[in-house]
Design a protein around this ligand. Structure first.
Ligand code: SIN
Ligand code: CO
Length: 382
C-alpha cells in the first residue's frame, strides 16, 4: 500500500501534533487487508488483547477478551464494537499498513489496532494521549471532533471507560473505505459506525510521559550505584542553627542526582534498550534448531530475503559517521564500519536481501538476530 496523494513534509509542518486532518483516499488503490471473520478469529486467541464495547439503553459496558466463536452472534441488535490491539504483530497484510507511515521514527510507532462495529457501534466520545491515523477499512463511519482536552476535562463516572461527560462536536465527516483522519493527542473524538461491517484501522503512535521516563531511567541508573556512594561533607562548617539545611548541602545533594541522571551516553544506551522492548514477546520467531553461520551464508547466497519479526522493534543511535548503537528487542549491539550500513538497512526496511559476500561480523550478527527471533529468512518464518 502506497500513498499517491499525501504531502508528507507539508503534513509534518502543518498538522503533526498540531491539528487534525481529513485525508480522502490518499492511496494508489485501497483494499481492505483483513476480513471481519479473521479479526473475530484473533479475538478468540489468548495471547491477543481484545475488548468488546456495548451500549444498552445509554449504558456503556466493556468486556475484555478472548471471545469465543459465536459470542458476537448473541449480541442481539444492540450497538457493539470489537477492538483488537497489535493486529500488525499477527497479520502481515496489516503490518504492511505501517509502511507508508515510516516518516515517523520506529520508536514512536505503537501498533495497529483494528475495530469492527455494527450499525451505531463505537467506543464513545473520548480523547487519547497519542497521535493516531484512523483509517477506514470497510464500511462507513461518522467521525466527530471536539475540543482539546486535558487532565481537568470532566469524564463520565465509569470504572473502565474514559468517556467525556460533555462532548460537543466542532467538525464532522463521514469516512468511506480508504479515507483517513489524523487526530493529534488530546483532541476529543467520537466515531460511530454507519451501517454494519464497519472496520477501522488505528495506526497508533506512542510518546513516553515525563513520569514514565523519570521513574524508569532513575530505576535503571540506581541499579549500578553502590551503597557506599553517599553524600559527604568533609568541608562542613559550624552552623548557627543546626536546624538549617544549608544551600551548599542542597547544591551537593542535587548535584548527586544531576551528575548521574544527565549522563548522556548512559541515557542513550538505556533509552535505546527501553524503547525497543518487545510489546508482544509471545510472538516468538526463534528457530526450533539454532541456526549456524554456514546456514546463514547459504541462505544469503540463495538470495533468500530476511524479514523482521513484526513484533520486534528496531532502532539505532548514531555515534560517529562509521559507528552506531543498534537496538533490537531491548538489546544493544554496538556496530562499526561495514556493520553500520547493515544496521541502518535493517532499521529502514522490514524485508531485504543481503550480499552473501558480507563480512564475518555481519554474518555473526545475523546468526544472533535469527536465533533470538528478531529476524528470519523468509521461508523459515513461523
Ligand atoms: C475505533 O476504532 O472505534 C476507536 C478508535 C479511536 O477512537 O481511537
Ligand atoms: Co481514540
Amino acid at each position: 500500500m502506497r500513498f499517491k496523494n499525501f504531502d508528507i513534509p507539508a503534513f509534518l509542518q502543518e498538522y503533526w501534533q498540531k491539528k487534525p486532518l481529513l485525508i480522502r483516499s490518499p492511496w494508489d488503490a485501497w483494499s481492505n487487508p483483513l476480513e471481519p471473520n479473521e479479526l473475530a478469529g484473533l479475538a478468540d486467541e489468548d495471547h491477543v488483547e481484545s475488548r468488546l464495547v456495548t451500549q444498552r439503553n445509554q449504558r456503556w459496558e466493556l468486556e475484555q477478551g478472548p471471545f469465543p466463536e459465536g459470542r458476537f452472534g448473541k449480541l442481539e441488535r444492540i450497538p457493539w464494537t470489537l477492538l483488537v490491539q497489535g493486529v500488525d504483530h499477527h497479520v502481515p497484510s496489516v503490518a504492511a499498513l505501517l509502511e507508508p507511515f515510516r516518516f515517523v521514527p520506529n520508536w514512536r510507532v505503537d501498533d495497529v489496532m483494528v475495530s469492527y462495529a455494527v450499525d451505531g457501534g463505537g467506543v464513545g466520545p473520548h480523547f487519547d494521549h497519542y497521535d493516531v491515523f484512523l483509517l477506514q477499512g470497510l464500511g462507513r463511519r461518522r467521525w466527530e471532533l471536539g475540543e482539546l482536552c486535558d487532565e481537568t476535562t470532566e469524564l463520565l463516572p465509569h470504572d473502565d471507560l474514559r468517556l467525556l461527560a460533555d462532548f460537543r462536536a466542532v467538525e464532522e465527516w463521514i469516512l468511506e473505505p480508504g479515507d483517513m483522519l489524523y487526530v493529534p493527542p488530546r483532541v476529543a473524538h467520537r466515531g460511530v459506525a454507519i451501517g454494519d461491517d464497519c472496520m477501522t484501522y488505528s495506526i497508533g503512535f506512542r510518546a513516553p510521559s515525563r513520569a514514565e521516563l523519570l521513574t524508569n531511567w532513575a530505576e535503571s541508573v540506581s541499579t549500578d550505584l553502590s551503597d557506599g556512594d553517599r553524600y559527604a561533607d568533609p568541608d562542613l562548617a559550624e552552623q548557627r542553627n543546626p536546624g538549617e539545611i544549608s544551600s551548599s548541602a542542597i547544591r551537593s545533594l542535587q548535584a548527586m542526582i544531576s551528575e548521574t541522571m544527565l549522563d548522556r551516553s548512559a541515557f542513550e544506551r538505556w533509552f535505546g534498550q527501553y524503547s525497543t522492548m518487545p510489546k508482544d514477546p509471545d510472538i516468538d520467531w526463534r528457530p526450533e534448531e539454532t541456526i549456524s553461520s554456514e546456514v546463514v551464508l547459504q541462505c544469503l547466497a540463495e538470495s533468500i530475503p530476511l524479514v523482521r519479526n513484526p513484533a520486534s522493534r528496531f532502532s539505532f543511535i548514531r555515534e560517529q559517521t562509521t559507528s552506531l548503537l543498534l537496538f533490537i528487542d531491548g538489546r544493544c549491539y554496538p556496530c562499526r564500519d561495514e556493520v553500520t550500513a547493515f544496521a541502518e538497512q535493517i532499521c529502514a526496511s522490514v524485508q531485504f536481501t543481503f550480499d552473501a559476500q558480507s563480512s564475518l561480523s555481519i554474518i555473526e550478527l545475523i546468526v544472533e538476530l535469527v536465533n533470538q527471533g528478531s529476524l528470519a529468512f523468509l521461508d523459515q518464518e513461523e
